[in-house]
Design a protein around this ligand. Structure first.
Ligand SMILES: CC(C)(COP(=O)(O)OP(=O)(O)OC[C@H]1O[C@@H](n2cnc3c(N)ncnc32)[C@H](O)[C@@H]1OP(=O)(O)O)[C@@H](O)C(=O)NCCC(=O)NCCS
Length: 155
């Protein structure tokens, strides 16, 4: 079941992010705050009472018709079953008056590239790629973050 997160889901989101081994892990506080203040632009997937995946997002303040997806993760045991794709669809359809979706992906993240490319294909939308944050800017051996701008997306 996919729906809006509540504050009590924050730690589960943090745990899934940390266990992924590939995401930049933010503080527990950040995930709790996100589940409080950005719940309308985020979703969690549940299997019974357990959170098995999440998408955190926000409306871009300078361009409110763009939904930015910040992080997506699915618990390892639940991967490969379409959970992330369904979360993206549910999230995009739950946010009114958005026409574009943006996210950044590191070039080595094949799963994430496939996930967002498939979303664009399902919606018949174009994907424009450009570097948002270079490796030099990020520092500490971080891969560059490539902006995927998808749209216009039909609901
Ligand atoms: C990326 C991630 C969220 C995908 O979750 P998932 O529930 O397994 O994804 P889905 O089953 O919905 O797959 C969506 C599509 O991507 C493809 N895909 C998923 N993982 C893939 C991988 N590792 N390599 C290639 N393709 C992949 C699927 O085949 C599917 O395509 P299809 O519609 O043609 O079948 C999950 O692997 C994850 O949590 N990874 C660690 C965190 C991460 O990298 N997050 C993204 C960056 S923010």
């Amino acid at each position: 079941m996919i729906g809006r997160p509540t504050v009590s889901d924050g730690v589960a989101c943090w745990r899934i992010a940390a266990a992924s081994g590939v995401l930049d892990v933010n503080s527990r506080y950040a995930y709790l705050l996100w589940c409080r203040d950005f719940a309308a632009t985020s979703v969690v997937a549940r299997d019974g009472a357990d959170v098995i995946g999440f998408v955190t997002g926000f409306r871009r303040p300078d361009e409110p018709s763009t939904l930015v997806v910040w992080q997506v993760a699915v618990d390892e045991v639940a991967r490969g079953r379409g959970v992330a794709g369904r979360m993206l669809d549910a999230l995009f359809d739950a946010v009114p008056d958005v026409g574009h979706l943006e996210t950044t992906i590191t070039p080595d993240n094949e799963g994430s590239i496939a996930l967002f490319s498939r979303f664009a294909q399902r919606r018949g939308a174009e994907v424009r790629r450009s570097e948002l944050f270079s490796a030099e800017l990020l520092g500490a051996g971080h891969e560059p973050e490539i902006l995927f701008r998808i749209g216009p997306v039909r609901h």
